[in-house]
Design a protein around this ligand. Sequence first.
Ligand code: CP3
Length: 339
Amino acid sequence: MNDTFLKACRGEQTDYTPIWMMRQAGRYLPEYQKVRSNVTFLELCKKPELCVEVTLQPIDLLGLDAAILFSDILILMEAMGAPLEFHDGKGPIFAETIKCQADLDKLIVPNPDETIGFVMETIRLLRNELKVPLIGFAGAPFTCATYLIEGGSSKVFWETKKMMFTNPTLFHNLMAKITDATILYLDAQARAGAQALQLFDSWAGILAPVDFETFALPYVQKIFSALQKYDIPLIYFANNGATLLDLSVTSGADVIGLDWRINIRDAIKKVGKKAVQGNIDPFALLLPKDELRARIGRLLNAAKDAHGHIFNLGHGIHQFTPPDQAKIAVDAVHELSSK
Ligand code: CP3
């Protein structure tokens, strides 16, 4: 068992810097496209054998140090009772958005083993196959709430902010319900065998620090505090979160994910005795080999005083990234960080 990733999460010495990539299973891999050509994305998410197959693809092809469960953050929202569709090229769509308390009352806090047992089944199957640790995940409540309120992806988040500022009670009630569901869900993932858990807060960066502190952070803290009993690393990734870093450090996570917009050396000073995960620009994978390796070497050097560094991209790998370039990055991290 390669436990380099888990050691780095705990701030222990490692022989080299471990690497995984957010969204490492997915469309940039022809092997994924092949599986996906026979099923819709949601069908794929609900078939454990196929989820296992696509989770393993990048591990075998690229030689990564951790696997992330193949699923989607919005699977839990669907289980809560929000009808979800994915349209190719358009992303997720929720036809019934949350506009008032009556809409919210229709959502349930599901028993994950009963409603989305396929996720836990995927985890159990993966643990039999994997020789690297398995990361489970969920969306952070704020990010999930934006999808339920906007009905899909958004650029300005008008409806979300309108609810926050004109009906904060409704907004907090929604956040509380998503939080309760997320705690049960991640608890079930941990019991099924997930060896680390990450909360993806893809849209936290649209918030002013004061609003992040009021409307988003308390719910992240509640989730992480409920999961402490498992003694597995907890990771918080707030995309576009450089201005929220002082607050994110109080989230209760053991590992702070960093996007590429922040200098990792500056971030490490703020994070103190916690591990950091990140943070090369996903588009830097397009650099010519020598330049990519040099850039990775500089990033490793800048992170050398971290209390644990897990190499990652600053956000998900882009769907048009050549897999060979991802492999160059993995090899470079391993070679250049070897002690
Ligand atoms: O990281 C992994 O390899 C595990 C799988 C994973 C997916 N989604 C698979 C996926 C994970 C961890 C996610 C998280 C997720 N999903 C987030 C947070 C991370 C982030 O990127 O900010 C968000 C916001 C979602 C919601 C979501 N799912 C969107 C907005 C989209 C469309 C995105 C796009 O690029 O079109 C998805 C679809 C999705 N989730 C795909 C995959 C592989 C593409 C589906 C396909 O067409 O095959």
